[in-house]
Design a protein around this ligand. Sequence first.
Ligand code: ADP
Ligand code: GLC
Length: 489
Amino acid sequence: MKILFAASEAYPLVKTGGLGDVIHALPRALHQQGMDVRVILPAYRLILEQISNLRIAGWLQVQGAGRLHQIRILETIDHHLGVPLLLVDAPDLFDRPGSPYLHPDGYNWHDNAERFSVFSRAVAQLASTANMLDWKPDVVHAHDWQTGLLPAFLKLVPDAPAIIYTIHNLSYSGIFSHEEFIRLQLPGEWWSADALEFFGNFSMLKGGIIFSDKITTVSPSYAQEIQTPGFGYGFDGVLRTNHHKLRGILNGIDQEIWNPATDPYLPDHYSLKHRYLAGKRANKQALLEQLGVKLQDDQLNTPLLGFIGRLVEQKGVDLLLQIIPNILDNHDARLVVLGSGEKHFENALRELAALYPQRLLLTLGYSEELAHRIEAGADLFLMPSRFEPCGLNQMYSLRYGTPPLVHQVGGLADTVVDATPENLKNNTATGFIFHEPSAGSMLHAVERALSVYEKPASWHKLMRTAMAQDFGWTQSASEYIQLYEEISC
Ligand code: ADP
Ligand code: GLC
């Protein structure tokens, strides 16, 4: 079966979060199970700079905001992704500095509506004809708001492939004004509550919900949560109406890239079977030294907590900020934080780091290398997200023997087993769960974790159970294939 993945990022070419990781790993996993998969992305400057062997597959003329774009479709058998890569090359829209969505100064590109509607129109045109590529997909798999209009555009063309739409994060829903709707020359009948209209604006993500054959989200719990007002961001009604085509399929992780036995970013290697205690200890020491803390051997047992993530409300940064003084005042512990995001969170963290030198080790920015080293070097990984569609970091930390401490939501609830005395006893515990999104509830879980940490036998058991979990993509890829088969026959 031929599957075309359309998305706005893919590791290692361009990544701002977990979406990039998934668009790298899932196509590979599908390929391993016999699918003929290609990935199509916008030809951002950042991508063009990294790839040399590009071929022009053909040209398309695509409607933009009051103008037509001449677009090149570029093709490469790119080894970075492991499956063939296609690019929608519209230099006016994508050949720019900065991130896929943001100007280098941090604000949204003013023409994001045009950028991603042109991308979606181009993919729809390409996917509905075999001419240009000599390859026509049976299924188009679109991801997140940036490709939300793609299912809608596919409904306008004859002979269109089946379409599946995955919501990775409902809180980013591509909302734009009526004025923009007109400028993009979208069909007038789409300005309706049954189509794109969304409380006086329009939402691209809503196009994905309405016009696709199947909708998936990235964990079973999140698929349930988004049908409730508390997590639905205004879409809970339309999701309840469409629940018959909605499924939650848990993300996997790339177990080659995230493997403590081979990870090239790590100064020392380990696995469940080999040196897991010594290996983690060496990584902890190296991480602390890298961050300017030199400890004597006997001081290395003091707990090191870790946090990595976008510094936005979703990730529960406010909860973390509230409890940092409690943790650091009452325990001989350290916390290492890597992240970037909203300025008020960055500033609050900076202030706390100044109050707790050598204890709160803060890096504001983005670093793949440091992210891997924290996963390996920390003892306990904090993920207090207020909502979390799936979350990958908790699965990375399980694999690295760093029990995660999580809020019981979405994919976090689906992947972590709480270290209750009973679960510890029967060897099922893998981390710590708190139930209310409050500082008190989180702090209570941290206290619980630190008291288990003080009992090495229990802690090592927890680490071993965490490391023994299999969150590879095989099972989830099979579930996607089943869906592709259902909609394409
Ligand atoms: P989300 O996609 O909501 O940001 P996920 O847990 O699914 O959350 O994925 C986040 C990914 O981005 C992980 O691979 C994580 O390691 C990475 N990441 C987030 N922030 C940073 C950072 N500051 N530096 C390096 N990697 C980061
Ligand atoms: C989103 C979600 C995250 C998920 C990722 C990949 O960014 O916030 O929970 O893991 O997409 O699906």
